[in-house]
Design a protein around this ligand. Structure first.
Ligand SMILES: O=P(O)(O)OC[C@H]1O[C@H](O)[C@H](O)[C@@H](O)[C@@H]1O
Length: 287
């Protein structure tokens, strides 16, 4: 398959009638996907004859430097608030920066792999320079292969997550399998430690960090979603619930349509990389 057979360069005006960002559209026998060059963020993915995997806010803005609400943003090199300096942007730097598409190829099984790259020079927000490659696999499932290299001459801590917004029929009826018995930090209660018994459900606001979490979760909703990871030790479960959602301009009443089950290495699982050291991880999502 030649590149132009499956990849179209487009923009948010053409696809969503909201000018502002350059997008990639991938259409193959196996799937349809939309990817934003800002953030290397997958916004839409549906395998052929399958329900859409991801939720993209109908009220998201598409503006350079502003986080897009939905899909799979990559939060890196810190996750959530920078605890040492809350004035820094939430969820790191890379989700609001333009990434370079450095390569694309079609595999023999028909899957398309896009290779995206972002290089950080080191600045006042994050002193260490780093080089980040994200290979996005678009086939029957959606896969991410992340590789990060600390290119600085100082050691640095990297805390990150692929912040998947999964499309669900009704968040109140969703159950997440694969976290039973896990200890978590409850962000809604000042990071209090607690332990989950049974399935993770979403009655109201949920914001939990599971360290050393199992590699596989199943999101039970009509047409279940499976997430399977390799070297992602942290799972974060999030939905703001009705009350908090009402204060978030690009969520509001739409909170019922998604659940976030995020995979990465944050908090105690963060990567501590020496100068020149690399680390990698993989995540596969399917429905
Ligand atoms: O609104 P954002 O900056 O995209 O963050 C959205 C959410 O991301 C994660 O799930 C965090 O654990 C939440 O605390 C946060 O509210």
């Amino acid at each position: 398959m030649a590149v132009h057979d499956y990849l179209t360069r487009t923009d948010s005006d053409t696809l969503y009638s909201k000018p502002g960002l350059d997008l990639l559209l991938v259409e193959t026998e196996l799937c349809r996907a939309v990817i934003s060059l800002q953030g290397a963020q997958v916004l839409e993915f549906a395998a052929r004859d399958r329900a859409p995997l991801l939720w993209l806010s109908p009220t998201s803005v598409f503006e350079a430097g502003v986080a897009i609400r939905g899909g799979v943003p990559l939060c890196l090199p810190w996750f959530g608030e920078d605890l040492n300096d809350p004035s820094k942007p939430k969820h790191g730097l890379v989700r609001t920066q333009y990434w370079e598409l450095v390569g694309s190829k079609a595999e023999t099984d028909g899957a398309v792999v896009l290779e995206m790259r972002f290089q950080h020079a080191g600045d006042e927000l994050f002193a260490a320079s780093f080089d980040c490659t994200l290979k996005i696999g678009l086939g029957e499932s959606l896969t991410f292969d992340l590789e990060l290299c600390n290119t600085a001459d100082i050691p640095a801590d990297y805390s990150w997550a692929l912040h998947s917004y999964f499309a669900v029929e009704d968040v109140n009826a969703v159950e997440v399998e694969g976290l039973d018995g896990g200890e978590f930090l409850d962000k809604t209660r000042g990071f209090a430690r607690d332990r989950l018994s049974g399935m993770q459900t979403f009655a109201g606001e949920v914001d939990r960090v599971f360290e050393q979490a199992p590699a596989r979760q199943v999101i039970q909703t009509p047409s279940p979603i499976t997430a399977e990871s390799d070297n992602c030790h942290t799972v974060i479960t999030w939905n703001p619930g009705a009350e908090l959602a009402a204060t978030i301009h690009d969520i509001r009443e739409h909170y019922r349509g998604f659940v976030c089950v995020e995979h990465g290495n944050a908090f105690a699982d963060r990567w501590q990389l020496q100068p020149g050291e690399r680390a990698g991880a993989r995540l596969a999502l399917s429905r």
